[in-house]
Ligand binder design. Structure first.
Ligand code: GDP
Length: 428
């Protein structure tokens, strides 16, 4: 099938970067469609580790065109750093391989400032944002005050946009105890950014449609996870964009009929960074096992991730709202050594069994998990490259998850390296 969307099914950090890197040799084009530099993908090739925030991980494959779509909010500072880093590692010799949507909104320095100051102000009720200005940039998009990449390459348009928004922004900054905007400084930054990024900025929707017309294979790369989706996640502890498959359509300018498969990346247990309800969270040695063995520290923030048992209610929700057709199960190797494994199959909310995610975060805080147990396995499975090399207990665990979610598992990932996979069925 030519066009697929790949999304995270939990709270992000499912290992999408590695799987997208694995699938990329089979595609001609990778499109990032939402989020900003708050997402971090880690790709390990041999000894070399590359962390990407904005640039799709497909950039590591020479044949692949990478697109940052209109749904992304783009911080030029991060993007320029990332492009520089890629040059240093010998990638991206052809700048045309990276196209940036002229409609994508720009994260400005004042967005970062507002983000951090607001989060500080919230104190104990903070959302757990990464402070990178993503939320404030999306707000400006919705209130139609945002600056888009197309404005970066036109000093008059840029100045016109600033004239409209600066008085209001400065009022907010004053209220929050921040530093007022220096327009001259921003004008200088614009020039620097435009000089660097202009060769990349273009109408990416046209590029995507041209690629489809030419029968190219396209992979739409989601960042973060479904439980962080602004509509379908654990609101208000969510991100500011649609992380689910619907976001791929609006965030890149294609219709649903262009998509052949929606692949959900699902971690063999659950993790979450930052605040918010987490029904299966563990605060015992099993949680520590997952944290240590799974190296559960954020690629972008370095924050320690909270860990817990697999939550099938959460992933079933993801299967529904994304229309998942295939699953890739990651980090199964991390569970080796745990005697018993628990899977949350339903919740109990105020004495009543439910098998869906309540909309209310307080209700999700209150739910009790109904678990089914299964045997763990002892031996390391990191070297397994076929299903027959996995212990019986691991087979049972995979089957149990696929049954509970109602979507088949096509690939099992058993280690961070590009080659550490069991391909049950080819995705393409
Ligand atoms: P992403 O944002 O979904 O790409 O996830 P992250 O990059 O934040 O986190 C995934 C981390 O797990 C990275 O350090 C990967 O190298 C690593 N990883 C991915 N798949 C596996 C796996 O199957 N087993 C282990 N042990 N690590 C993995």
């Amino acid at each position: 099938m030519p066009n697929i969307i790949v999304v995270g099914t939990q709270w992000g950090d499912e290992g999408k970067g590695k799987i997208i890197d694995l699938l990329t040799p089979s595609v001609d084009c990778v499109v990032r469609f939402q989020g900003g530099a708050n997402a971090g993908h880690t790709v390990v090739i041999g000894e070399q580790k590359t962390v990407l925030h904005l640039v799709p991980s497909g950039i590591l494959h020479e044949q692949c065109r990478c697109i940052i779509g209109n749904g992304v909010v783009l911080d030029p500072v991060t993007l320029i750093d990332e492009i520089e880093g890629l040059h240093q590692q010998g990638y991206l010799s052809d700048p045309l391989r990276l196209a940036v949507s002229d409609r994508a909104h720009v994260v400005m320095p004042y967005h970062r400032q507002i983000d951090s100051l607001r989060e500080k102000r919230r104190g104990a009720s903070r959302i757990g944002t990464t402070g990178r200005g993503i939320g404030p940039a999306y707000e400006d998009k919705v209130t139609r005050q945002g600056i888009r990449c197309i404005d970066l390459v036109d000093p008059n348009a840029f100045e016109e946009r600033l004239d409209l928004l600066v008085p209001e922004k400065n009022k907010e900054l004053e209220l929050l105890g921040g530093t007022p905007i220096n327009v001259d400084e921003l004008m200088d930054l614009r020039e620097k950014w435009a000089n660097y990024l202009a060769p990349h900025i273009t109408d990416t929707t046209m590029l995507v449609h041209d690629a489809m017309r030419d029968g190219k294979k396209i992979l739409f790369e989601g960042a973060q996870g479904t439980a962080l989706d602004i509509d379908h996640g654990t609101f208000p502890f969510v991100t500011s964009s649609n992380t689910c498959s619907g976001g791929a359509l609006s965030g890149s300018g294609v219709g649903p009929t262009a998509i052949d498969d929606v692949v959900g990346i699902v971690k063999a247990y659950t993790t979450r960074v930052g605040q918010g309800p987490f029904p299966t969270e563990l605060e015992d040695e099993c949680g520590t096992h997952m944290q240590d063995k799974g190296k559960e520290f954020g690629a972008t923030t370095g924050r320690r991730r909270r860990c817990g048992w697999f939550d099938a209610v959460l992933v079933r929700h993801a299967a529904r709202v994304n229309g998942l057709t295939k699953l890739v199960l990651t980090k199964l190797d991390v569970l080796a050594g745990l005697k018993k494994l628990k899977v949350c199959v339903a919740y109990e909310l105020d004495g009543k069994r439910i098998d869906y995610m309540p909309a209310d975060a307080h209700a999700l805080e209150r739910v009790k998990c109904i678990y089914e147990e299964c045997e763990g396995w002892k031996g390391d499975i990191a070297d397994a490259r076929s299903m027959d090399k996995l212990p019986k207990a691991a087979h049972r665990y995979i089957d149990m998850l696929a049954d509970l979610i109602g979507v088949p598992v096509d690939i099992v990932s058993v280690g961070p390296d590009r080659s550490a996979n069991i391909i049950i069925r080819s995705i393409f």
